[in-house]
Ligand binder design. Sequence first.
Ligand code: SF4
Ligand code: SF4
Length: 329
Amino acid sequence: MTRDDANEGPRPSRGPPLQSKTGQFRSLRGAFPAPEFSAALAEHGLAPLKPTRIRTLQVNLGKLCNQACRHCHVDAGPTRTEIMSRQTMEQCLAALAGTVIPTVELTGGAPELNPHFRWFVQQCRALGRHVIDRCNLTVLELSGQQRGEGVYETSIAALKRLNALGYGDGRSGLRLDLVTNPAGAYLPPDQGSLELDWKRELQRSHGIVFDSLFCMTNMPIGRFLQWLEASGNLQGYVERLLGAFNPVAARAVMCRSLLSVGWDGRLYDCDFNQMLNMGVGESAPQHLEAFDLAALEAREIVCGPHCFGCTAGGGSSCGGALARGPEER
Ligand code: SF4
Ligand code: SF4
């Protein structure tokens, strides 16, 4: 959950259907002038882009979500029916057991709405893996939510509950990191100073503590791309991303250390490629059934114009900024 999404409020319907992958790519290619992302990488000796070592298995447990946020690149919502099955989870666990990948990151939709969520977390923990749940907060309060309460109030209640359990206290080892992204066609502000503001404000207003704030750039795909086009902001946003290309962030993009698993067990370089239906390169196994860590670590990462969203300014990943922006170096 992000503060901007909270301002937006939950949306009961998904709105107009998204463009196909081909349609989204056509829009992006039209908006992004040459050179392509791979050429920008080549200029800095980074092409072809290859993994360093896979440290995180990111697993999408399904597209079902109790919210339907405007900027959701997953196009998740209450009416989605794509859910990871127990059988696919078992394939994930078998793949994990044959590796020392230390971290499993659960994402969705709202991963907690998958009926096998708890079981899967327990199994990952039993394998000794660190588990990160990308939680929208409001899903934790579904049963206790009062009529008329908005996303912000519900999120505050969820944060208080998490604090009461020890999350975010800096001592328990239970990390509580918050994520935010801009509400419009602009890049995120400096993560460090915004984190200080949020910590001060949440502590002062609600007595809430947390570990870190991650600022994420909105990727020009999915619902956000749809909004950029409809509002006439696409060209300006693309120019902002291109103008802020940061080779330091490019070196650290998350696909170099993460592998993304779709709800149906297909393998992707990242969550964004997953939403564009761009599987891992053909030299690597395409599905959990044929999982082969060595082959996956030897693959070339499949890039597209949307990748400029990961390399602008301080960069952007599931863990927030990747580097300091060019203007700060
Ligand atoms: S997955 Fe996250 S961003 Fe998407 S609709 Fe759900 S809460 Fe919002
Ligand atoms: S969009 Fe995905 S593939 Fe492209 S740079 Fe970002 S993480 Fe890597």
